[in-house]
Design a binder for this molecule. Structure first.
Ligand SMILES: NC(=O)c1ccc[n+]([C@@H]2O[C@H](COP(=O)([O-])OP(=O)(O)OC[C@H]3O[C@@H](n4cnc5c(N)ncnc54)[C@H](OP(=O)(O)O)[C@@H]3O)[C@@H](O)[C@H]2O)c1
Length: 338
């Protein structure tokens, strides 16, 4: 089978297609014939050696994918040959609160091999059924980006219909958050650096779009849009570079779901707006299998379809990563595996 690996040392230039034996599923495992994988910013950092410089190589990158069960090991009861499945981001986090044991050593695409391979044997407990209306390329976008957006809004954000949400940029997580929020009847403010992407955000139902390059003080129009009250839930993917604006835009008692650090992972930020406004700043780390199944039920009920920006062939994984690194995408970048 073909696999994509980072072989001897980190770096996009060291990604290459290799041949490996197809694994045999052991007791409790399912062999998945992988149809598609999708990229997350984390995968890029992992390949570059910036996410975990101690990551052992070679590594098959990409936490996210979807495929069809092609064989099952002894004792498997959750799935049958022919079922369409997606892996959970953290194979060991099935339900309940996260813990180091459930998460740290069990995430795909580092430290464990990921989904950029034609076949992957995984324990049946680390798989979730694909919503029926989605194809494998669409489903491959759900495990990390989709679930993170879902938890940011509903699990941690406690979003209610009619409330205001702010999403930053047009990457995978933010576009999912826009879709989920609109579907549940929330009002959405979206920021972007691109006027072309702004049009697409409006077409998807964003109530207000702000170009964060042209309007670096975007918290002002955002707050104005809410009648001065402030935004209820902010999906914070910028991190240190955007948090100050988020804390100006948030309402008293609002929730900032801290997901990413696209605009910086550290910096000097005044904490007074957090305490003076009774704001909850909550970190989000993807979600458990239970969360994933909950999200899939909602996606099936609403027939929501993820936004796939572009599909690359497996042998063009480097170009796909570069496409994402350039921020040229809108939604998810997918790799067709076979
Ligand atoms: N905690 C978790 O569990 C978790 C899960 C998934 C992702 N993440 C993190 O969340 C972040 C987003 O992930 P992703 O996969 O959605 O990334 P992505 O698809 O690579 O997002 C890239 C987009 O982010 C926007 N962006 C960049 N800098 C920005 C800024 N200063 N203000 C507003 N938008 C900005 C840009 O949108 P425009 O082109 O429209 O300007 C860019 O195209 C990353 O840091 C990732 O590591 C964390």
């Amino acid at each position: 089978m073909r696999v994509v690996t980072v072989e001897q040392s980190f770096g996009l230039e060291n990604l290459g297609v290799k041949e490996r034996e197809i694994p045999s599923p052991r007791a409790g495992e399912v062999l998945v014939r992988v149809g598609a994988a999708s990229l997350n910013y984390r995968d890029l950092l992992m390949v570059r050696g910036l996410y975990n410089p101690k990551q052992k190589l070679p590594l098959i990158p990409c936490s996210d994918g979807a495929g069809v069960v092609s064989a099952v090991g002894e004792g498997v009861t959750r799935f049958r040959v022919g079922d369409r499945v997606m892996p959970t981001f953290a194979q060991g986090w099935l339900a309940g609160e996260p813990s180091r044991e459930k998460l740290m050593a069990t995430t795909l695409g580092g430290p464990l091999d990921g989904m950029l391979c034609e076949y992957r044997a995984l324990h049946e407990s680390g798989l979730v059924a694909v919503p029926e209306h989605l194809d494998l390329e669409q489903a491959a976008t759900l495990p990390c980006a989709g679930l993170t957006a879902w938890r940011a809004l509903f699990d941690h954000g406690g979003l209610l219909p009619g409330q205001w949400v702010l999403v930053q940029g047009t990457g995978g997580v933010s576009v999912f958050a826009l879709q989920f929020a609109k579907q549940m009847g929330a009002k959405v403010i979206a920021t972007t650096s691109s006027n072309d992407k702004a049009e697409r955000l409006r077409a998807m139902g964003a109530d207000l779009v702000i170009n964060y390059r042209e309007t670096p003080n975007w918290s002002k129009p955002a707050r104005d849009a809410t009648g001065g009250r402030g935004v209820d839930v902010i999906v914070e993917v910028g991190g240190a570079g955007t948090l100050e604006q988020s804390l100006r835009a948030i309402k008293m008692g609002g929730r900032v779901s801290l997901i990413g650090v696209l605009a910086g992972g550290s910096g000097e930020i005044s904490l007074f707006p957090v305490l003076m406004q009774d704001v909850r700043v909550q970190g989000v780390i993807v979600g458990s299998r239970e969360h994933f199944e909950q999200m899939c039920r909602a996606i099936s009920a609403s027939k929501m379809v993820p936004v796939v920006d572009k599909v690359f062939a497996l042998e063009h994984t480097i170009e796909a990563m570069q496409h994402m690194a350039a921020g040229a995408h809108f939604g998810k970048v997918v790799i067709k595996v076979q």
